[in-house]
Design a protein around this ligand. Structure first.
Ligand code: SF4
Length: 215
């Protein structure tokens, strides 16, 4: 089917992460991911889902009358039809973000979309999947995210931040602790001690709702 996407869920909630944290946002979660990060909290999106037409998705998104739309997964870029979906969401006037693992080419994504690109750390168990060619494509409208599992991951992230000048390329560099693995206060102290040009990211949805799917 040419104009369909496999979708796990569509829901309206508060954005828990990134530079629009705290803002009401529609989430469109695509099914499927080629990665297996050891801390993944979206494993329920690896399979199943429902085939939906782009038109039906646009109609459902519009029904919430949102300002912000976040396309997430899984790995949204694993389904080619996400590219026209993102364009049509932008055309409809929403502020659109895309959350991607960083393992797939981001070049075809509409430039109006804020691409939130992960750099997978050694602690994720998927560090070998990083597509470093994406870094050259980043603009001030984009965000780079590190999920950190340990002090070793933190040191690794700081080395990538410095090596690629990520804070100069992207609008935001986000450091997020892996839930249950890294103490957020420790991470905050390290960021201040090192005077890093990054934003500490708490997962607001986990504080509010303990990360129930669909909230
Ligand atoms: S890229 Fe995201 S959805 Fe895929 S395994 Fe990693 S954390 Fe889970």
């Amino acid at each position: 089917m040419q104009d369909t996407l496999r979708i796990t869920e569509v829901f309206y909630s508060l954005q828990g992460e990134t530079r629009t944290a705290g803002l009401p946002t529609v989430f469109v979660r695509l099914t499927g991911c080629p990665l297996r990060c050891q801390y993944c909290d979206s494993a329920y999106a690896f399979s199943g889902g429902t085939l939906r037409t782009l038109d039906s998705l646009l109609e459902q998104v519009a029904s919430y009358r949102p300002r912000y739309v976040c396309v997430t997964g899984g790995e949204p870029l694993a389904q080619p039809n996400v590219i026209p979906l993102l364009k049509q969401l932008c055309d409809a006037g929403y502020e659109v973000s895309l959350e991607t693992s960083g393992s797939m080419d981001i070049s075809a994504v509409d430039e109006r979309v804020s691409r939130v690109v992960d750099l997978k750390t050694p602690g994720s168990a998927e560090v070998h999947r990083n597509r470093y060619e994406n870094i050259e494509l980043l603009t001030a409208n984009d965000q780079v995210k590190f999920v950190l599992c340990s002090r070793e991951d933190y040191d690794w992230a700081v080395s990538k931040l410095t090596q690629y000048g990520l804070d100069k390329r992207a609008g935001e560099v986000l450091f997020s602790p892996s839930h249950h693995e890294l103490n957020v206060t420790d991470l905050a102290d390290w960021i201040v001690a090192d005077n890093l040009p990054v934003r500490l990211q708490m997962q607001l949805h986990k504080l509010l709702w303990n990360d129930e799917p669909g909230r």
